[in-house]
Design a protein. Structure first.
Lengths: 118, 111
């Protein structure tokens, strides 16, 4: 009965390295979202999965960012060749199937992964 | 795409006083509107949402918000602030799976 979990809670890496951030959604939730929250800002949409497929990846800032959800449950956000500007809190959210109204369903957020790129 | 503006990055009220957090949106089509609260070191928690039903929406912890189309606003209110209300509050607008958040308002409650 746990909520959305994200690992690691904190990640420190060096510029140019590759990182993976993991999200475990609430069991049974078909929709999964990734957001990025920079200091002093609201969350910024990155990508949305419905099942295994990325229904909308228009928020990914560039091709260094990629996300997968191979079995329709756990998702991994992958960042290649990290840059200092990638430092932020990466939030994951899940929701039941949005049905015909899109994002109308409540999104349940995880605690986030705080990424620091040195 | 839609956008959200939260007036006032910091709001301070005394315990027992009215809480008013302002949110204005811009969208070419009617959006769904949300208020989320974020306590320190915790994830975002939904307070309430507007989905084109009643314009006055009641949420958890005594909060409510009123959708005013003519003013493109969705301000959050609570009649009497409690110390436990101190947190960061985010307004968001969603159209077709695209959710945009405001920059947030940090609420401080003074004893």
């Amino acid at each position: 009965g746990a909520g959305v979990s994200q690992t690691p809670s904190n990640k420190v890496t060096e510029k140019g390295k590759y990182v993976e951030l993991r999200c475990d959604p609430i069991s049974g939730h078909t929709a999964l979202y990734w957001y990025r929250q920079s200091l002093g800002q609201g969350p910024e949409f990155l990508i949305y999965f419905q099942g295994t497929g990325a229904a909308d990846d228009s928020g990914l800032p560039n091709d260094r960012f990629f996300a997968v959800r191979p079995e329709g449950s756990v998702s991994t956000l992958k960042i290649q060749r990290t840059e200092r500007g990638d430092s932020a809190v990466y939030l994951c959210a899940s929701s039941p199937s949005p049905g015909t109204s899109g994002i109308q369903e409540t999104q349940y957020f995880g605690p986030g992964t705080r990424l620091l790129v040195l | 795409a839609q956008s959200v503006t939260q007036l006032g990055s910091h709001v301070s009220v005394s315990e027992g006083a009215l809480v008013l957090l302002r949110c204005n949106y811009s969208s070419s089509v009617p959006p769904y509107l949300f208020w989320y609260v974020q306590y320190p070191n915790q994830g975002l928690q939904l307070l309430l949402k507007y989905t084109s039903a009643a314009t006055l929406v009641k949420g958890i912890n005594g909060f409510e918000a009123e959708f005013k189309k003519s003013e493109t606003s969705f301000h959050l209110t609570k009649p009497s602030a409690h110390m436990s209300d101190a947190a960061e509050y985010f307004c968001a607008a969603a159209v077709n799976n695209d959710m945009r958040f405001g920059a947030g308002t940090r609420l401080t409650v003074k004893p």
